[in-house]
Design a protein around this ligand. Structure first.
Ligand code: IFG
Length: 542
């Protein structure tokens, strides 16, 4: 992540240029269709996240058995995006869709071009009679353009078996680039362990909505989920439990490397979190010598928080921190390591600040940038620290002001307001799988999760201090992919839109139409979702 000033001014510049050159995707297509109070969304704009600008025209593109996927220019990563697209399209269309480096004016074309206004993740998609062309400055932009292309095709394109078609892409031009650089989702694999395949499944779902960061909450009171060579009992013992007393689990280093590789192949950066000094009961069960009294703690399989703490005065604690962060940094191609810092209620305040000073120094020493929950703002965040705000409407002004002050002193902020972005918050309605989620921040319906502005959410927070947003999914009450999906869908796409789309495209009545159009896709993809009464789901989604 670059220093924020160059980033946001570049982004704002590129977005202004983009927005100026194309109509917003809510330009009324004139047929007066759609919900009475919302402009009709043209087919070319029926995408989540809403593109920066959409200019429909009447000549569609049609994929046929003769269609090639052209990826000239020799970039290996561009070729990988083309292969990824082919893997999506071939089973459902039944077409060969050869990937070729040959140039040509026809077919599906993925082009890299050094056009500054496309930025590092933006793209332009042009659809007409002879070709659909996705142009980007970086492979990430091609990948995001491919997600848009998928959504412009009929839902059946997501099928793994041949479907009849036709495979038509609405005609026109989409110009697109993200509002925020950090568009994240967090998965808590500590309360309940999720296998490599289950995490990969979630990664694929996040990629559909241009999410670019996966924050993995790898440790907590109930479990430690990553092998550490220098402290083998962290995984061997700390990984053997989970909420409810199940068998838990952990990732070997090779399994973790595979998760990082897979995420990168979908253009998500993995940010690992080792939560400290609180949320450490699993650590304290594995090593008696890490407890101030030298006694190992009992494994904990409940759901209380705030009762555990590393032993701040003991030097061995910093051997532990150093070894863990060193091994984690070697497994982290990304810039950021998250050190938690939340709910350290069992750590005296002065000891908390002392601990966070030392833990931050270790992260920086291993060449990584610090990220922490917003309690870090009450200590001494180092230069370059990223503060993750998880407060909610009931959070007091003093706590909010700590974050604003840290931002004024240079910290960047990722917004995860618990009563908007916490996907483990219950819906107001009972879901068809009962007892999922918590409600300490209140029940969060689809509109409440969508209808807020990260740029204006925290009073006094400079707009350019907002690095982006993140949707955490805590798993005290969730233990299967299906249960994750019921909580993430349909709220995750709206949060992904808040991270990607220009503010000018924000409109609940139009968004809920676009959201409804996603349901047939989820049905084909086998994604379970909550049929919120706030959305008019299409009949086919019964
Ligand atoms: N708060 C705790 C999490 C989890 C969550 C569940 C943070 C930063 C409540 N800390 O959110 O460990 O228990 O909604």
């Amino acid at each position: 992540m670059n220093p924020r000033h160059t980033r946001s001014s570049l982004l704002v510049g590129s977005l202004l240029l983009i927005a100026a050159t194309g109509v917003s995707c809510f330009a009324d297509s004139g047929d007066g269709g759609g919900a009475a109070s919302a402009p009709a969304v043209p087919a070319l704009g029926r995408v989540i996240p809403a593109p920066a600008s959409v200019t429909p025209h009447e000549v569609p593109y049609r994929i046929t058995s003769a269609t090639p996927i052209r990826v000239p220019g020799g970039s290996r990563k561009a070729r990988e995006v083309a292969d990824y697209l082919a893997d999506v399209l071939r089973p459902s269309t039944g077409y060969a869709l050869p990937v070729t480096a040959d140039t040509g004016a026809d077919g599906i074309r993925l082009l890299l071009a050094d056009e500054a206004d496309l930025g590092t993740e933006g793209y332009r998609l042009e659809s007409g009679e002879r070709a659909v062309t996705i142009t980007a400055r970086r492979p990430a932009g091609l990948f995001h353009g491919v997600q848009t292309l998928r959504q412009l095709l009929p839902p059946a394109v997501e099928a793994r078996t041949a479907r009849p078609g036709p495979w038509t892409v609405p005609g026109g031009t989409v110009r697109d680039a993200p509002r925020y650089a950090y568009r994240g989702a967090m998965l808590d694999v500590a309360r309940h362990f999720f296998t490599v395949d289950e995490v990969k499944r979630y990664i694929d779902q996040l990629a559909l909505y241009k999410v670019n960061t996966l924050h993995l909450h790898l440790s907590d009171d109930q479990g430690w989920r990553l092998a550490v060579d220098s402290w083998p009992d962290l995984a061997a013992k700390g990984g053997a439990t989970e909420v409810g007393g199940g068998k838990g689990g952990y990732y070997t280093k090779d399994q973790y490397r595979e998760l990082v590789r897979y995420a990168a192949s979908r253009y998500l950066e993995v940010i690992p979190e080792i939560d400290m000094p609180g949320h450490t009961n699993a650590v304290l069960t594995a090593y008696p010598k890490l407890n101030c009294d030298g006694e190992a703690r009992e494994p904990y399989t409940g759901t209380k928080v705030g009762f555990s703490s590393l032993c701040v005065p003991e030097e061995i604690t910093y051997d532990f921190v150093d070894d863990v962060i060193r091994e984690l940094a070697e497994l982290t191609p990304g810039e950021v390591i998250h050190i938690g810092g939340d709910e350290a209620d069992a750590t005296p305040a002065d000891e908390y600040a002392t601990f966070m000073d030392r833990a931050q120094e270790v992260v920086n020493r291993y060449g990584k940038r610090v990220m922490g929950w917003h309690q870090l703002a009450g200590a001494r965040p180092v230069d370059g620290a990223v503060i993750q705000y998880w407060g909610y409407d009931e959070t007091g002004d003093a706590e909010r002001e700590e974050v604003v002050r840290a931002a004024r002193e240079g910290a960047e902020v990722v917004l995860s307001p618990a009563d908007r972005a916490y996907l483990d918050m219950q819906y107001p309605e009972v879901t068809d799988i009962p007892y999922l989620g918590l409600e300490w921040a209140g029940k969060v319906d689809v509109r409440r999760s969508y209808d807020w502005d990260p740029g204006a959410y925290l009073d006094g927070l400079p707009a350019d201090a907002v690095l982006g947003i993140e949707a955490p999914l805590w798993t005290e009450t969730l233990s299967t992919s299906t249960e994750l999906e019921v909580m993430a869908f349909p709220r995750l796409p709206g949060l992904a839109e808040l991270g990607w789309s220009p503010r000018s495209t924000h409109d609940w009545d139009a968004y809920r139409q676009r959201l409804a159009a996603q349901a047939p896709r989820w049905d084909v993809l086998g994604i379970r979702y909550h049929r919120s009464p706030q959305v008019s789901w299409p009949a086919s989604a019964e």
